[in-house]
Design a protein around this ligand. Structure first.
Ligand code: NAD
Length: 428
């Protein structure tokens, strides 16, 4: 099938490469010309495990190409998959400018019936509106499907090729059949439903997962006061299949490119409709409190932050990605700088730009040990696997102070204490 993927970011590039891997003829389109230039030169604009090889293999096989021209990418497509960004607007609703703009551009260049599958996370009713824009703008028949994406950054290729389910929100039999054909080689349940339910499914999924994390972080606070260990509690409840063991890691709370904006969006949807969502609201409040608690702990342990040297290990919002959008590290760094601390950072792949941290230029250090040299405190923010095996004795020798804030519970408390650290973890 000839497929055009609009938006070549974390979702679009992975989708395009994976659809090509399934044998489709795929064109990935993005308005960022520099991104397309990089891809045409074989340079990956993002870090995602396995993506580089996948892209190269499919480009070489002639199944995958990149362009910034709608004129070139739209007329030939049987299926257009939209994966443009849907960030938060200032009031917490969804900034839909990229979706509307993509819809208008499609309408300008459409020459024949097409199915447009919306992969972006969008408010309920968007498929209807995109369909209206494209039909009115082009005068040509099209069907718009809601096809929310559930991949996890860091596991995106695996998740796309072997998803737990595919959701197809459709009101057209012909479009549903085209979608099922596009995914015919993917072995998983394919849930066909109406478009509004499909759109809400994505927000409900993210709100539920965020709530689960907030819940375990509440249990962590309780565990600390009661002398219990939240990791053991998580194992105890998570082995019940009704609860499940995923998303039960206490720590710095949820961040990233999706949960915060999507929880804000569903909250706003409820607010606009006069439907109170107290659980969703509470998940948000708990999350803010979780971050603040860890930062307070650092400040108390150091007896103030002014002129203190703090090493921050981890910038990405989670392991195995370079994505720093709404990462807890950003809040932490902004607060540390505001309080006058001297901050050095290390992340295996992510970098932070000054505009993400109130204009501060940060010292990025390639080696985690070097980042900790002379530090009064070390804060582990991201659960990178390589941090788990850091030599805590060597780290302690290099550091000037002894405060180790293990905000992702990576280290065994006994080992950390024996290595000379005042080790603070979460809920233990
Ligand atoms: P991203 O910011 O990485 O990529 C979006 C891309 O769209 C950018 O490269 C941008 O230049 C491009 N773009 C914007 N307007 C365009 C236009 N009019 N025409 C062509 N390209 C345009 O975003 P992302 O993380 O890939 O997320 C995309 C969507 O998928 C969002 O709605 C997000 O909520 C959803 N989603 C993301 C994830 C994730 O883990 N990142 C998972 C599931 C769903």
């Amino acid at each position: 099938m000839r497929i055009t993927v609009i938006g070549t970011g974390y979702v679009g590039l992975v989708s395009g490469a994976c659809l090509a891997e399934m044998g489709h003829q795929v064109v990935c389109l993005d308005v960022q010309v520099d991104k397309i230039d990089m891809l045409n030169q074989g340079i990956m604009p993002i870090y995602e495990q396995g993506l580089d090889e996948l892209v190269q293999r499919n480009v070489k096989a002639g199944r995958l190409s990149f362009t910034s021209s709608y004129e070139q990418a739209v007329p030939s497509a049987e299926l257009i998959s939209m994966a443009v960004g849907t960030p938060s607007a200032d009031d917490g609703s969804v900034d839909m400018q990229y979706v509307w703009s993509a819809a208008r551009e499609i309408s300008k260049h459409l020459t024949d019936y097409v199915v447009i599958a919306d992969k972006s996370t969008v408010p309920v009713g968007t498929a209807e509106e995109v369909e209206r824009i494209v039909r009115e703008g082009s005068g040509i028949e099209c069907d718009v499907i809601s096809n929310p994406e559930f991949l996890r950054e860091g596991h995106a290729v695996f998740d796309f090729l072997q998803p737990a389910r595919i959701v197809i929100g459709s009101n057209s039999k012909q479009a549903t059949e085209i979608m099922l054909r596009a995914y015919e080689h993917v072995d998983c349940p394919k849930l066909v439903m109406d478009r509004r339910s499909a759109e809400l499914t994505k927000y409900a999924a993210n709100a539920f997962l965020a709530t689960k994390i907030s819940f375990i972080n509440e249990m962590a606070m309780l565990a600390e006061e009661l002398g219990a260990d939240v990791t053991q509690v998580a194992a105890g409840i998570g082995s019940d299949p009704r609860i499940g063991k995923d998303f039960l890691r206490a720590g710095l709370g949820w961040g990233g490119s999706c949960f915060p904006k999507d929880v804000r969006a569903i909250r706003k949807m409820g607010e606009n409709l006069g439907v109170p969502l107290p659980i969703v609201n509470a998940a948000f409040e708990t999350n803010s409190g979780t971050r603040k608690r860890v930062i307070d702990r650092l400040e108390n342990a150091l007896g103030g932050l002014g002129d203190k040297k703090v090493a921050v290990l981890g910038l990405a919002f989670k392991d195995n990605t370079d994505d720093t959008r709404e990462s807890a590290a950003l809040d932490l760094i902004k607060y540390l700088k505001y309080r006058g601390a001297d901050v050095r950072v290390h992340d295996p792949v992510a970098k932070v730009k000054p505009h993400e941290v109130n204009g501060h230029e940060l010292e990025h250090v390639d080696c985690p040990y070097e980042a900790c040299r002379g530090a009064h405190a070390v804060v582990v923010v991201t659960e990178w696997e390589q941090f788990r095996t850091l030599d805590l004795v060597r780290l302690k020798e290099l550091a000037e102070g002894d405060v180790l804030i293990d905000a992702r519970n990576l280290f065994d408390p006994t080992r950390a204490h024996e290595s000379g650290w005042r080790h603070y973890s979460v809920g233990r």
